[in-house]
Design a protein around this ligand. Structure first.
Ligand SMILES: C[S@@+](CC[C@H](N)C(=O)[O-])C[C@H]1O[C@@H](n2cnc3c(N)ncnc32)[C@H](O)[C@@H]1O
Length: 273
């Protein structure tokens, strides 16, 4: 299986590919949060007065250190996103699917835009990705979810491999009996999955990195081995890693050279010249 990495504006790069040449597109654009997106990591420095105790009782002082960052402010977000959505849609084959990752700030605007571009009847699901990690505001309900919109090129013929859907534990196993409880149940359109935390093994250091578990579920259920996948806002290349693990080809694009370096390291592939 092969992964291609491209450095550049995704609008230019996507225009180079032929119509209908991908089965699945996953788009995780900047969310227009109005601030810079920055990765932080925890650094531990040996310190006898430190509060963290490690191997053999050694003490460490921990501090947050800034990593790479990118600008996430757009004067006209639909004007930025619209042409890129159209281009990704053009690249999908007749039974292909497009997954669009958003957050609560923009999802309603972008849903209206995407309905107008793709047709409302092609909208199949809004998946809520819910997590429970991190600080809790005392002034309002802490926002701990992302929104993933799924559109299918043909709402009657698309890939949904029900047999590939993983099982999750019942919330109240005592109500369903031992056998069912052991088998687990299939998830709904609300997916509980923790974020890539500061000390997670998956962590690449790229801000807004999405969890591999979320991408693997999308890839496994909505494409078959050998299919070609597209991620035009690839960041750290999570879709690429899911594709490699599951035997799919992928084309990854990012306009930031630091993201491309992260992907090259993560996937062991050099970017296309
Ligand atoms: C939310 S992040 C993607 C994170 C990614 N899904 C991951 O798991 O690491 C959005 C990415 O889009 C990139 N980006 C923003 N505008 C772009 C453009 N016009 N062309 C290509 N990449 C772009 C940013 O550099 C950033 O890496």
């Amino acid at each position: 299986m092969a992964v291609q990495i491209h450095l550049g504006d995704n609008l230019d790069v996507m225009r180079r590919f032929s119509t209908g040449s991908f089965h699945l597109a996953y788009l995780d654009p900047p969310f227009n949060t109005g601030r810079r997106q920055a990765a932080t990591r925890i650094r531990g420095t040996p310190d006898p007065d430190g509060t963290r105790v490690g191997f053999r009782g050694r003490r460490y002082r921990t501090e947050r250190v800034s990593g790479p960052s990118f600008e996430d402010t757009f004067d006209d977000y639909p004007a930025f996103l619209g042409p890129r959505l159209e281009e990704a849609w053009r690249l999908l084959d007749p039974s292909g699917s497009l997954f669009l990752q958003l957050d609560w700030r923009e999802v309603h605007h972008v849903k209206v835009l995407a309905d107008a571009l793709f047709g409302r009847r092609r909208f199949l699901n809004e998946i809520i990705w819910a997590w429970d990690y991190g600080g809790r505001s005392r002034r309002r309900w802490p926002a701990k979810h992302g929104n993933i919109l799924w559109y299918a090129k043909n709402p009657r013929k698309y890939t949904f491999r029900a047999e590939e859907v993983d099982r999750i534990p019942y919330m109240a196993p005592e109500l369903v009996g031992a056998e069912k409880a052991a088998r687990g149940k299939s998830p709904t359109d609300t997916w509980w999955h923790t974020i890539v935390g500061p000390t997670s093994r998956e962590r690449t250091g790229w801000p807004t990195q999405k969890p591999l578990g979320i991408l693997e579920r999308i890839v496994r259920v909505h494409s078959a081995p050998g299919d070609r996948l597209l991620d035009p806002f690839a960041g750290s290349g999570t879709l690429g890693e899911a594709a490699l693990r599951l035997g799919r080809d992928a084309v990854l694009v990012d306009c930031d050279p630091r993201a491309v370096q992260v992907m090259e390291r993560r996937l062991g592939v050099s970017a296309c010249p």
